[in-house]
Design a protein around this ligand. Sequence first.
Ligand SMILES: [Zn+2]
Length: 173
Amino acid sequence: MKSYSAASDDVIRTIQRVREQHHSPDLDGVTIAALFIFDLEATEPVLTHQGYPAQAVTRITPTRDRALGIADAVVVIDRSNWLTLSARKRDALIDHELMHLERVLDEETELSLTDAVDRPKLRIRRHDRRLGWFDAVAQRHGDASPEVRQAKQMIAETGQLYFDFERPEARAA
Ligand SMILES: [Zn+2]
């Protein structure tokens, strides 16, 4: 059975550090809580997002629950996965989750908006990239497949950001 517990102190400290490093001033004043989810008997991933396994999921707390004093956003973390992550991977995962939180600003004044209980309005920031690939389609259609075309476009736009292929100068040496 799925269960929840308060996230450990290292999660809280990681959130604190990463938000100061990378999400200030955007998330200043936003309260963020964290929960572990776990299932001691499960063999399948305990956390999914839109049908795919996820290491963590971030949710914006509805106004009604904020009125009860619940944090403005809650990061739910797969505990068994978290325990296997290095410090660098933990930082990166938390950074990813915090990226999903975007403050809603007034379009004209650019001041941050608040909800009916005077908490900061947030929205979920979507990923820059969304991959939905079938290897078989890439194999059957090669350069004409949406898969390969998207991969090539991504390389054209981001260079080696995501792919660790050899640099030409390294090959010459
Ligand atoms: Zn994400």
